[in-house]
Design a protein around this ligand. Structure first.
Ligand SMILES: Nc1ncnc2c1ncn2[C@@H]1O[C@H](COP(=O)(O)OP(=O)(O)OP(=O)(O)O)[C@@H](O)[C@H]1O
Length: 509
């Protein structure tokens, strides 16, 4: 039945189905076209996966076909949920299927599958992103990443993380229905800026949101492992949404409440609890200088893995050395992210990937470009980056007490954390997003002109693709291997192999 639904979706019965067939075969004849149409900049850096110890990265998922909104209290009032509920109520088996969706546009291709912009057929107002993975053409390792991503997505309920609206299988395709982000990714936004860097204010805005998202993931025991601008998508309102959870790993976390003495925070005077030793007797009034603050700490400090995954420029030294690592890799990557957003490049970037890894693993301290005039807030930013890019994870900010410590850093002074999702993105960010939208709609306009001419060609291409697929089904084995060899050279795995060879021969960079 799913197969029927899938085939119906692929048949070119209406104008919008011109795109639907692209669903097939991740890297067959269609690959080049889709690589071009990817929303991601061609300069985007790919992630590597190199397993030293797979134990922690092969959990399989048993996510339901429809993620229940009842278990997501923060998003349950989202109108998208009610349209999904309507579709499933009308469905004969109460589940969401592929035929409920109308695929509108290809958004991008990743290591595991393709992502499409789509809508529910019965409700054309809400946009979703559908990640489609062809299970038949993935290795067992990659399949475990797909399952990990589905499992992580099914756990999330946070404004800066995707909501999984449905998870279903259609034939040999696994489909994940999540929030659509129309603003592209932070890497592309950065590249659109003339100097490839953002203002301190914009960096503070993005860093604060990413920090809150990381805090939430860590509280669930999830170590993200692939933080980079490419994986920070922007929603229509300019707020962030982290994506790509296939490289995550899960660990135990024991939440604790700790108290700490600290200087009184500005703006919190009417809520403070004071210690008797810290009163100032001036003017007969007792002014507290210190307060006792209760803090919630939920950081997976016992997390441990030896699997080398991530993106070269963002790898932490303990990860590069292959000696085992934990939650600290995310705090390191957070430091690299802030550096890149402020300076337009990453701090340990070398002339090639191996040099980069060598710089990371060496004792070389982070260096900052010298500038004659500086924006306000740069010295605080540098201090924060220095503390996050501490090579020893035991001394690195965030590793022991998690986001609680990082949030208190002066770089984030003035941020009212509980109100963070109500903040408006800085005008600079809104400007860049508007410019991108303009460029997109212009190119769509020119696409429309050529649409009529190309539709005949596309239809012919569809039949060719279908014929290819039928042939491929007949000789699946050959197809699988030839596909592997192309994807290994043209995709990210080039990184993986060069690093692997190097690491194997020298053990350590
Ligand atoms: N929710 C979304 N909204 C809008 N675009 C998205 C969304 N999710 C993914 N994309 C686009 O689709 C592309 C592919 O995403 P996907 O998550 O499959 O792979 P990836 O980010 O390249 O990561 P990897 O290859 O490491 O799995 C991305 O580059 C992004 O441009």
């Amino acid at each position: 039945m799913e197969e029927d639904a899938f085939n119906n979706l692929l048949l070119p019965t209406s104008s919008d189905t011109d795109l639907d067939f692209s669903f097939n075969s991740v890297s067959t004849v269609t690959d080049r076209t889709f690589a071009c149409s990817s929303a991601r900049s061609s300069l985007a850096r790919s992630s590597i996966t190199l397993s030293f110890n797979d134990r922690l990265s092969t959990t399989t998922s048993s996510a339901p076909s429809l993620a229940p909104s009842s278990s997501r209290p923060h998003r349950s009032s989202d109108p998208k949920w009610s349209s999904i509920r309507t579709a499933t109520t009308l469905s004969s088996d109460g589940r969401l299927h592929l035929h409920h969706l109308k695929l509108l546009r290809h958004l991008g291709t990743g290591n595991l599958g393709r992502v499409y912009l789509c809508r529910l057929r019965d409700c054309e107002t809400a946009n979703f992103a559908l990640k489609v993975v062809d299970r038949d053409h993935l290795s067992a390792k990659k399949l475990s990443h797909v399952d990990m991503e589905a499992e992580i997505l099914s756990m999330l309920d946070h404004p800066f993380l995707p909501t999984l609206y449905a998870h279903f299988t259609a034939s040999h395709y696994t489909c994940l229905l999540i929030d659509y982000c129309s603003g592209g990714d932070l890497h592309s936004l950065l590249r659109r800026h003339p100097s490839n860097r953002l203002s301190v204010q914009a960096v503070r805005f993005f860093a604060a949101e990413v920090l809150v998202a990381l805090e939430y993931l860590h509280a669930l025991g999830i170590v993200y492992r692939d933080l980079k601008p490419e994986n920070i998508l922007l929603r229509e309102n300019g707020h962030v949404m982290l994506s790509d959870f296939d490289l995550c790993f899960k660990a135990d976390v024991v939440p604790t409440f700790r108290t700490r003495r600290g200087p009184v925070q500005i703006g919190r005077s009417n809520r403070r609890r004071t210690t008797s030793s810290c009163f100032c007797p001036e003017n007969g009034r007792r002014e507290p200088k210190e307060e006792i603050v209760a803090e919630f700490i939920a950081e997976p400090t016992a997390a441990y893995s030896r699997c080398c995954v991530g993106t070269h420029e963002y790898l932490a030294p303990e990860l590069v050395s292959g000696s085992g690592y934990g939650n600290g890799v995310d705090w390191w990557a957070f430091g690299v992210l802030i550096y890149e957003l402020l300076y337009g490049t990453t701090p340990f970037k070398g002339s090639n990937k191996e040099c980069t890894l060598r710089n990371i693993a060496s004792s070389m301290e982070v260096r900052f470009p010298v500038k004659e005039t500086e924006e306000e807030g740069m010295s605080e930013a540098r201090d924060l980056i220095g503390k996050l890019l501490e090579k020893d994870p035991m001394l690195r900010m965030g590793c022991v007490r998690g986001a609680t410590d990082v949030k208190r850093h002066p770089f984030f002074d003035g941020i009212k954390w509980p109100l963070i999702r109500t903040y408006r993105p800085p005008s600079e960010v809104r400007g860049l997003m508007a410019a991108a939208r303009k460029t997109k709609s212009k190119s769509k306009g020119s696409e429309n002109v050529s649409h009529v001419a190309s539709s005949h060609r596309r239809r012919r291409w569809w039949w060719k693709a279908l014929a290819f697929l039928v042939r491929a089904k007949g000789s699946k084995h050959t197809y699988y291997y030839s596909r592997c060899s192309t994807s290994c050279t043209s995709h990210s795995n080039g990184n993986c192999y060069s690093y692997y060879a190097h690491n194997k021969s020298k053990r350590l960079i």
